[in-house]
Design a protein around this ligand. Structure first.
Ligand SMILES: NC(=O)c1ccc[n+]([C@@H]2O[C@H](COP(=O)([O-])OP(=O)(O)OC[C@H]3O[C@@H](n4cnc5c(N)ncnc54)[C@H](OP(=O)(O)O)[C@@H]3O)[C@@H](O)[C@H]2O)c1
Length: 257
């Protein structure tokens, strides 16, 4: 197989949660460009419709699923809809995520549960559903979870995101553990750990931390509109066929210092 063929995703079906904007949309663009059929999910129908129009405009096949992933009982119906359109799921990108800023001593119970439900519980329930119904019977699949550098190391005092950081460390270990359990089925599970990328979720913090973000990053930049594309295509495709249970950091080197 040529290297180009190793990266090719023609005919593969990719489900990207939180694919309506931000990092999820960027990763959907990349998977579509390499030939994957795309199913994207989010709660807001209008943003999903815009994302769909954008992706279809680029020539990709797209299904949208309006779904609140914190309502776990709706996960089978989400998968039903993707299977009705595309027949199977080969690539699952567990990307939808949320954060909450509050001092640990004041952190509301509801905020803790909201962050854990979306960032930790939903990826497990959805991966289990897709694994049982598609990837285990098919004997192949790539599951990717969008974790974060916040799951790898401590964050500067004042960020006040204990729920988020804890959830992202869990996401990395989720990838390792599921990779170990499902490797024999031919299913790979990896995490991507982005540093700071402008998005609805991160813009407030990026503004708060200001220039220091750039000056303390070895590559002197924060993430941009194309910076996750290579990572997601690599982990989704045969190019990474011997790689599982890993956390791929995409942060301009910020976490190495
Ligand atoms: N941006 C960064 O700097 C950065 C860094 C590291 C990791 N990450 C991670 O990257 C992922 C994407 O974040 P982003 O920065 O792209 O943020 P974003 O622009 O806020 O996108 C979040 C996506 O998740 C969806 N979503 C939120 N709550 C949901 C729910 N309950 N059910 C279903 N979908 C839901 C949103 O759509 P709706 O609101 O319509 O539901 C949206 O599509 C997250 O896991 C985040 O933790 C981001």
């Amino acid at each position: 197989m040529s290297v180009k063929q190793l990266f090719d995703l023609t005919g593969h079906v990719a489900l990207v949660t939180g694919g309506s904007r931000g990092l999820g949309l960027q990763m959907a663009e990349a998977l579509g460009e390499m030939g994957a059929k795309l199913a994207i999910t989010a709660r807001k129908a209008d943003e999903l419709a815009q994302a769909r129009a954008h992706l279809e405009g680029l020539g990709y096949e797209v299904e949208t699923v309006v779904n609140d992933l914190s309502k776990f009982d709706q996960i089978p119906a989400l998968v039903d809809q993707v299977l009705a359109r595309f027949g199977t799921i080969d690539i699952l990108v567990n990307n939808a995520g949320a954060t909450w800023g509050a001092k640990a001593e004041d952190y509301p119970d509801a905020a803790w549960h909201k962050v854990m439900d979306l960032n930790v519980n939903a990826p497990f329930f959805l991966s289990r559903e897709v694994g049982k119904r598609c990837m285990i019977p098919n004997g192949r699949g790539s599951i990717i979870v969008t974790a974060s550098v916040a799951g790898l190391k401590g964050t500067p005092p004042g960020m006040n995101t204990i729920g988020y950081n804890t959830s992202k460390a869990a996401a990395i270990h989720f990838a390792r553990t599921l990779a170990s359990e499902w490797g024999h089925y031919g299913i790979r599970v990896n995490a991507i750990c982005p540093g700071f990328f402008p998005s609805k979720l991160a813009n407030g913090l990026i503004e708060k931390l200001g220039d220091s973000l750039v000056t303390r990053t070895p590559l002197r930049r924060i993430g941009g509109d194309e910076d996750l594309k290579g990572a997601v295509v690599f982990l989704a495709s045969e190019a990474s066929r011997h790689i599982t249970g890993q956390a791929l950091v995409v942060d301009g080197g910020a976490s190495i210092i």
